[in-house]
Write a protein that binds this ligand. Structure first.
Ligand SMILES: C[S@@+](CC[C@H](N)C(=O)[O-])C[C@H]1O[C@@H](n2cnc3c(N)ncnc32)[C@H](O)[C@@H]1O
Length: 210
């Protein structure tokens, strides 16, 4: 896998940057609660344009791994404005360049839909978390069959995946997380946003028990 750059990558980075206000509006309260569970040493995978920066506790040692140079250029422009110790790595979450049991917390928001191998990524997250460490996540998922949302997912599936660089509308990410983290609290939340195919989400946290 090569890190990404190109027209579509630039479009996606600009799109996410312009969507930030909306992401705060929709997820802000959930994020405040979830991020309060994090300890001092935290890894964020697929940090994008840095939408999550305002939610970290002051003094957090934050490592981010992100494959898109275009996303990172937005991220780096604002990273200094937050009272955090930030270390940035360009790369993919399928192969985390960190030792086992390195972090107190791992964060993933709207990333497991886009990674090439969600199984490998969740396995890696578990590996780099310390025992007792917390994985927090907000991810959109496959909608229950038969409804309008499910139908729009079927219709838009291929085009969406092409435009949004691999974003898969039909992943069952909650089941995957549960398989690797039996101790998890996962809520399914249905939003009523104009982005109909991504209205079903899982929001929650998981703890590495050994
Ligand atoms: C929809 S954006 C979400 C960005 C950010 N997490 C947020 O909530 O605003 C998806 C992000 O995942 C990143 N990504 C895609 N594949 C990845 C991978 N294999 N490993 C890590 N990040 C990845 C993309 O570059 C992009 O920044």
């Amino acid at each position: 896998m090569n890190t990404t750059c190109g027209c579509k990558s630039k479009f996606n980075a600009a799109f996410m940057k312009n969507l930030e206000w909306y992401l705060h509006h929709v997820y802000g309260d959930y994020k405040k609660e979830l991020f309060s569970k994090l300890g001092k040493n935290v890894l964020e995978i697929g940090a994008g344009t840095g939408t999550n920066l305002p939610y970290y506790k002051e003094g957090t040692n934050l490592t981010v791994i992100e494959p898109s140079k275009d996303m990172l250029s937005y991220f780096l422009k604002k990273a200094d404005k937050y009272p955090l110790n930030i270390r940035v790595k360009e790369g993919f979450a399928e192969n985390l360049p960190f030792e086992d049991n390195s972090f107190d917390g791992v964060v993933s928001t709207l990333v497991l839909c886009s990674v090439q191998s969600p199984v490998k990524v969740v396995e890696e997250i578990r590996r780099v978390l310390k025992p007792g460490g917390v994985f927090i996540f907000i991810e959109h998922i496959k909608a229950p069959k038969e409804g309008l949302i499910s139908k729009t997912q079927d219709i838009l599936y291929k085009g969406w995946k092409w435009l949004f660089e691999g974003c898969d509308l039909k992943r069952e990410t909650g089941k995957l997380i549960k398989a690797f983290f039996p101790q998890s609290e996962i809520k399914t939340v249905r939003f009523n946003s104009p982005f109909i195919p991504v209205n079903y989400h899982i929001i929650g946290y998981a703890v590495k028990t050994d």
